[in-house]
Design a protein around this ligand. Structure first.
Ligand code: UDP
Length: 333
């Protein structure tokens, strides 16, 4: 790994974003650059994509390092803040990459915390609403400990993130590291992978391609979708706040998956119809963030309406599918 001397000698804050070429990591990098940071993105590109950061090539404040954060991490010079976002994050990805998911949540978080300790840097962990598992409390507040099946197929992600939270708090308590933990609820927007298996790209892609929308189970399970710019704003605010305890960031607007499918069908002039498929094991029945803490501590709440966010996301995906004859591909928004 090499680091340009211009970056290392900068007076601007220097931030590292692991998972820097991912959906969230790339948007976070954009925001940090806009806030006057120098940014070092680290990614092994197993689920991230260089396309997400292509626009940053040639930016003197940005450097990309292709590296697997589960392996020892050496970065010369000053580092002020580490944002640890590296992980497969779609259920399809972490079912296909179970060991990598466990390793990046455990070994990767350990390495990133070790670097924070070495550099005396602030550390922000990207955690997840999955720490609540299939929740028995609704909506989910930060003081709920969750209902997770440790040996189920989703356990590789849920338990890795729970371990990541535990080791982050241990580094805070034992080593005095300035740590933050954000619990991220379902987020959507441009730069998601069309075929990552998550419901937003899945349904939009299927509708644009004129394929059936694959609703798992009877579609009565709920999710609450947050547009990416809102999420990144909450995370940026949290990175500057003194709290060390986890904070939920998400949009409380809850809907069933069937309602979401119907919404996508109503927005796109498509011949697609709903097709029901088996519900994956341990799929949470409900999910909705209680964002009272984020409002109180950060003065944050989401601003982008679902229609606005979906329109931007549909526009992004429209250029990435090959529509069949059954689709006009026009949004009625
Ligand atoms: N889902 C679905 N069809 C799909 C993909 C997902 O019905 O093609 C459902 C999935 O079973 C879950 C919800 O949509 O109940 C959200 O799934 P996603 O993979 O986006 O993330 P999760 O919230 O489960 O982590």
């Amino acid at each position: 790994m090499s680091l340009s001397s211009t970056l290392a000698s900068s007076k601007k804050p220097i931030s590292i974003v692991t998972g820097g070429a991912g959906f969230l990591g790339s948007h976070l990098s954009d925001r940090l650059l806009a806030e006057g940071h120098k940014v070092i993105g680290i990614d092994n590109l197993i689920t991230g994509s260089i396309d997400n950061i292509g626009h940053l090539s040639g930016n003197p404040d940005y450097e990309f390092i292709k590296h697997d954060v589960t392996k020892y991490l050496f970065i010369p010079g000053r580092v002020d803040c580490i944002y640890h976002f590296a992980s497969p994050a779609s259920p399809m990805d972490y079912l296909e990459l179970p060991i990598q998911t466990l390793k990046v949540g455990a070994l990767g978080t350990h390495n990133a915390l070790g670097l924070a300790k070495e550099k005396n840097a602030t550390f922000l962990l990207a955690s997840t609403s999955e720490v609540y598992g299939d929740p028995l409390i609704h909506p989910q507040q930060e003081d709920y400990w969750g209902n997770v099946n440790p040996i189920g197929p989703r356990g590789v992600y849920d338990e890795a993130k729970r371990f990541a939270e535990a080791i982050t708090m241990a580094y805070h308590r034992y080593h005095g590291i300035d740590t933050k933990i954000v619990r991220i609820f379902n987020t959507y927007g441009p730069r998601m992978r069309l075929k990552d298996g998550r419901v937003v790209p899945a349904f939009i892609g299927q509708a644009l391609e004129g394929e059936p929308l694959t609703v798992f189970g009877d579609g009565s399970q709920t999710r609450s979708f947050c547009f990416v710019s809102d999420l990144i704003d909450g995370i940026f605010r949290l990175s500057m706040h003194a709290t060390h305890n986890p904070v939920n960031i998400g949009n409380p607007g809850e809907m069933t998956i069937k309602q979401f499918a119907e919404k996508v069908l109503s927005l796109l002039d498509t011949k697609s119809a709903i097709e029901y498929r088996p519900l994956p094991e341990d799929d949470p029945k409900v999910r909705q963030p209680d964002i009272g803490l984020a409002k109180e501590l950060l003065g944050w709440e989401p601003k982008v309406s679902f229609d606005e966010g979906l329109e931007a996301t549909i526009d992004y995906f429209r250029g990435r599918v090959e529509p069949t004859a059954g689709v006009e591909g026009t949004s009625t928004l």
